[in-house]
Design a protein. Structure first.
Length: 578
């Protein structure tokens, strides 16, 4: 159940009963338990429109709301708010129903749409570094959440596999690296650095590299074979990192895939008068008359959206337009989501504006995100003091190592043979959770000491809460699937407090999907874990008897299920024992 939608409908019915009119319920969750569980604010705007005292409307509204069996009490507060407290019987019925439900009370979306999510997007012939982390794990979490609510998700890794660097690589390989058959990804990266440096020092070598690129783009068989080898070497290493992260893709349409489509994009823009030549380059100037009516922010932009250089070369903008056309025409998508850091926001605003004028009716979203900061509060460096790239694989190695030390120090009850696998789940989960618990638009400080610990709002703490809940069923030899057969009889304040958090899961998941904010799920998981801890202190589970035991087992089963599902939506492993 989506509890807020349910209560909003109740409030709207009460408004009609009291006023004879449709009015917005304006429901929100109360932040302070002293003010009830939810608050209805609709009397204020309605009273203002009718020039009445808001309390004159709020008082009969409260009486109408209190008559509903889901509401224990409805009290007028302040200038005309109505504070709602949920009835224990309603909470018990909801918890029991959700515990029996395979979807844990999260209804599927009313409409199934095909959505392309574009995320991660590393470059060929380069190792993934720490700067690739956010796009990869935020994108994966968004995919998991959208798929769970019922969207038809296409996960696309739009890799950088075309352009100037491949001419440098081919020329550099022949100068420094032989035929490339013995190369790994680190070797390719080293050759590229050497070739780039040489191209800057020797114009003749730079010209040679441009010639090799031209041959590749014309379809030269030898250069094409080398390029395919670069792609294959990179893909093997990328797949290893993605496997560790639990990340997968449906398609790998790199920039090269769209290369044949680019002349057609340029022709469309010129034919429609959306772009014009300026100093030989083809540009979109949003200040031109043809763009009248476009967003004011874009109209004021002095810098053009360039789609073709004066030498005929295409740019990211051209490829991105071709990509959107392909997603509309071939993928048959209704929505496209780009998980790219916030510094690219202007590019996507321009891209989406041009695409709309080309008739691309996709619902497009740029999912921006902030910067990972180091201990000094500055952007986390992707290279160490010696200039060596800090690879994402190395970061994950350290996470696993730190998690293993944490678990050894905590003396967890696990056989030594199981520790490495659990440490892998805990370490990588800790890195993901520390990132995803931030509002993605915010910068955040990457701090190992706060990331991998068994307390506070951390991945290991949430995993431990789930493991502890599952252990109750093993210890009591109780089948989790057998609970919730009758409405849970909730009496203790700790039972009610836990139930009030658990019934919000449906709203949380749908809000995370619609707002593209994974941290809403982490917030919920942390709230569940904290309330579980308070619940255990007051309410023995296996030692309880009768209705109390059944109710408490139902609460723990639903909490365990939500932790497992919530972690899964974030791309984090649940841990059975810890």
């Amino acid at each position: 159940m989506r509890i807020e939608s349910f209560l909003s409908a109740i409030a709207q019915d009460a408004f009609r009963e009291v006023t004879g009119k449709d009015a917005p319920a304006l429901l929100k969750r109360a932040q302070d338990p002293k003010h009830g569980d939810y608050q209805v604010n609709g009397a204020l705007p309605l009273a203002k429109a009718e020039k009445k005292n808001p309390r004159e409307l709020a008082e009969p509204l409260a009486r109408a709301l209190a008559a509903h069996p889901a509401i224990e009490k409805a009290e007028v507060a302040g200038p005309g708010f109505v504070n709602l407290t949920l009835a224990p019987a309603f909470l018990g019925e909801t918890v029991s129903r959700d515990a029996r439900d395979a979807r844990l009370g999260v209804p599927p979306a009313e409409r199934r749409v095909r959505t392309v999510v574009d995320y991660s997007s590393p470059n060929i012939a380069k190792q993934m570094h720490v700067g690739h982390l956010r796009s990869t794990i935020i994108g994966h979490a968004i995919c998991e959440t959208l798929a769970f609510v019922g969207e038809d998700v296409v996960r696309d890794n739009h890799v950088g596999d075309w352009g100037t660097q491949y001419g440098l690589l081919i020329a550099g390989l022949r100068r420094f690296g032989g035929d490339g058959h013995a190369l790994d990804l680190a070797g390719l990266e080293a050759i590229y650095k050497q070739a780039s440096a040489l191209a800057e020092a020797e114009p003749a070598f730079a010209e040679l590299a441009r010639g090799e690129l031209a041959k590749l783009q014309r379809g030269d068989a030898e250069n094409r074979a080398l390029w395919e080898r670069f792609v294959a070497i990179t893909r093997r290493e990328l797949d290893k990192v993605y496997e560790r992260l639990g990340v997968r893709f449906d398609t790998w349409y790199g920039e090269s895939f769209y290369e044949p489509m680019l002349p057609g994009v340029v022709q469309q823009l010129e034919a429609l008068g959306l772009a014009r030549r300026d100093q030989g380059a083809l540009c979109v100037f949003f200040g031109d008359d043809v763009w009248e009516g476009v967003e004011p922010k874009l109209r004021k932009q002095k810098e053009p959206f360039i789609v073709q250089k004066k030498d005929g070369a295409f740019l990211y903008s051209t490829t991105d337009l071709a990509t959107l056309l392909h997603r509309r025409d071939e993928v048959k998508a209704s929505k496209a989501i780009y998980v790219v850091d916030h510094r690219q926001s202007l590019h996507f605003e321009q891209l989406f504006a041009v695409a709309r004028r080309l008739g691309v009716a996709l619902e497009c979203h740029h999912v921006g995100f902030g910067t990972m900061l180091g201990p000094d509060g500055k952007p986390l460096k992707t290279r160490d003091a010696s200039g060596k790239t800090i690879t994402l694989a190395a970061l994950l190695d350290e996470a696993e190592s730190r998690a293993l030390e944490l678990m050894k120090g905590a003396e967890v009850e696990l056989p030594a043979s199981e520790l490495p696998a659990v440490a892998r789940s805990v370490g990588i989960g800790a890195v993901k959770y520390a990132d995803l618990r931030q509002n993605r638009l915010s910068d955040y400080q990457f701090d190992w000491s706060k990331m991998i610990e068994l307390k506070g709002n951390s991945g290991p703490y949430i995993q431990y809460a789930g493991a502890r809940a599952g252990a109750i069923f093993r210890k009591g030899e109780v089948d989790r699937g057998s609970v919730g057969q009758a409405p849970a009889a909730l009496a203790d304040p700790a039972e009610l407090a836990l139930a009030k958090v658990l019934v919000r899961f449906g709203d949380v998941v749908h809000a995370s999907a619609s707002e593209l904010l994974p941290h809403l799920v982490t917030d919920h998981l942390y709230a569940v874990a904290r309330e579980l801890s308070s619940f255990y202190e007051r309410c023995p589970v296996l030692k309880a008897e009768g209705e109390a035991r059944a109710a408490r087992l139902t609460l723990v089963a639903l909490a365990a299920g939500q932790i497992e599902k919530g972690l899964s939506l974030l791309g984090i492993d649940a841990v059975e024992r810890m």
